[in-house]
Design a protein. Structure first.
Length: 308
C-alpha cells in the first residue's frame, strides 16, 4: 500500500493531467453535436475494422458449419425457384401474359429476377429497390439492447433507416453508418417495434422483444375476439416503410388471455436464428421516399410499432 501511495504521489502531475484530458474530451463530445457525430463515426470505423479481423479468425475455424448452413439455404432457394417440366412448355401460338414474362426470362437467361428472403420474393435488379449483401462481423444476444455490425457502409449505398433481412426473415434496422461498416439495431432490442400481421386473417399487430429469450418475441394489439391458431405465420404488414410487405417474422407459439387486457398475449417464435447469423441483406422499401414526404406534409406517420 505504501508503494502505491508513493507511486501516485510521484506521478501525480501526469495522472491529474490525464484525468483532466479525459474529462475535457468527454465534455467536448457531450456538448458538441458535430464532435459527437465525428467521434461515433470514427469509433464505428475503427471498431468495425477490429471486429472484422476478429471475425475472419473465428470464421476460419467455423467454415464447416457455415458451409452446411449455406448448402441448406441454397437447397431451400433452389426448391422455391425450381420450374417443373410443365412450366417449361410455353406454346408459341399462345399469347404470353404479363405475369409469365419473368418465367420466360428465367428460361432464356437461367437467372431469376428475384431472391426469396423470409418467404417473400424481392427483386434483385431494380435500382430503386436494392438488395445489398453483407456479412455480420459482430452480434450481441445477451443484452437488453442488442446490435449487429455489418461489413457494408456508405461506400455500398447503405443509409440509416434501411431494413436488414436474412434468408429466414427480419433481422433489424440500420442505426448508424461509417464508410465501410454499419451498426444495426437488432430485432432483439427493447426499443425495436415492427408492424406485423397474421398471414391467415390479416390481423395487424406489433412485434416487440421482451429482453429475455432470443428465440421469441411478443405480438401486441391482437384483439381478444380474434381466433388464433398455434403455428400461424406472422409477416411484415407493409405499414412500416422500412420493410417490404409479406416478409417472414415468425410463427405463433403460444397465446393467452389476460383478465385485465383487451388483447391477446401472443408469443411468437422468431424465424431468424440470431445465434448463428452470418450473411444478411440490406434492403430499402420501394416507395419509402415518396411515402415519407407525403406523411410528413400531412402530419401522419406510420411507425414501426404503432397501429395505423
Amino acid at each position: 500500500m505504501r508503494n502505491l501511495f508513493a507511486f501516485l504521489f510521484r506521478y501525480r502531475g501526469i495522472l491529474v493531467f490525464a484525468l483532466l484530458e479525459v474529462l475535457s474530451i468527454y465534455l467536448l463530445i457531450r456538448n458538441s453535436a458535430y464532435q459527437r457525430a465525428a467521434f461515433f463515426n470514427s469509433a464505428n470505423a475503427y471498431a468495425g475494422q477490429l471486429l472484422e479481423w476478429r471475425t475472419r479468425v473465428s470464421e476460419y475455424f467455423e467454415l464447416a458449419e457455415v458451409n452446411q448452413s449455406l448448402a441448406a439455404e441454397n437447397a431451400a432457394l433452389r426448391q422455391r425457384l425450381y420450374l417443373s417440366d410443365l412450366g417449361r412448355r410455353v406454346a408459341d401460338s399462345l399469347p404470353i401474359r404479363r405475369d409469365s414474362l419473368s418465367q420466360v426470362r428465367l428460361l432464356r437467361t437461367g437467372r431469376p429476377d428475384s431472391l426469396v428472403l423470409g418467404n417473400q420474393a424481392l427483386t434483385n435488379n431494380d435500382p430503386s429497390y436494392p438488395l445489398i449483401p453483407a456479412r455480420v462481423v459482430n452480434n450481441s444476444l445477451r443484452d437488453v439492447d442488442n446490435y449487429l455490425t455489418l461489413n457494408v457502409g456508405t461506400a455500398d449505398q447503405v443509409r440509416p433507416g434501411m431494413g436488414v433481412l436474412a434468408a429466414a426473415g427480419v433481422v433489424g434496422r440500420v442505426q448508424s453508418v461509417s464508410e465501410h461498416y454499419a451498426r444495426i439495431t437488432s430485432l432483439l432490442h427493447s426499443k425495436t417495434a415492427i408492424s406485423a400481421k397474421i398471414q391467415r386473417d390479416g390481423t395487424f399487430g406489433s412485434i416487440k422483444w421482451q429482453g429475455d429469450d432470443p428465440t421469441h418475441a411478443l405480438l401486441d394489439y391482437i384483439p381478444r375476439q380474434n381466433k388464433l391458431v398455434r403455428g400461424d405465420t406472422v409477416i411484415t404488414s407493409g405499414y412500416n416503410a422500412t420493410f417490404p410487405e409479406g416478409v417472414m417474422v415468425g410463427t405463433i407459439d403460444t397465446f393467452t388471455k389476460e383478465p385485465d387486457k383487451n388483447f391477446w398475449t401472443v408469443r411468437v417464435r422468431l424465424s431468424v436464428n440470431f445465434s448463428n447469423l452470418t450473411y444478411v441483406y440490406v434492403v430499402r422499401s420501394r416507395p419509402q421516399a415518396e411515402r415519407d414526404t407525403l406523411e410528413t406534409h400531412t402530419g401522419t406517420v406510420v411507425g414501426g410499432g404503432k397501429r395505423p
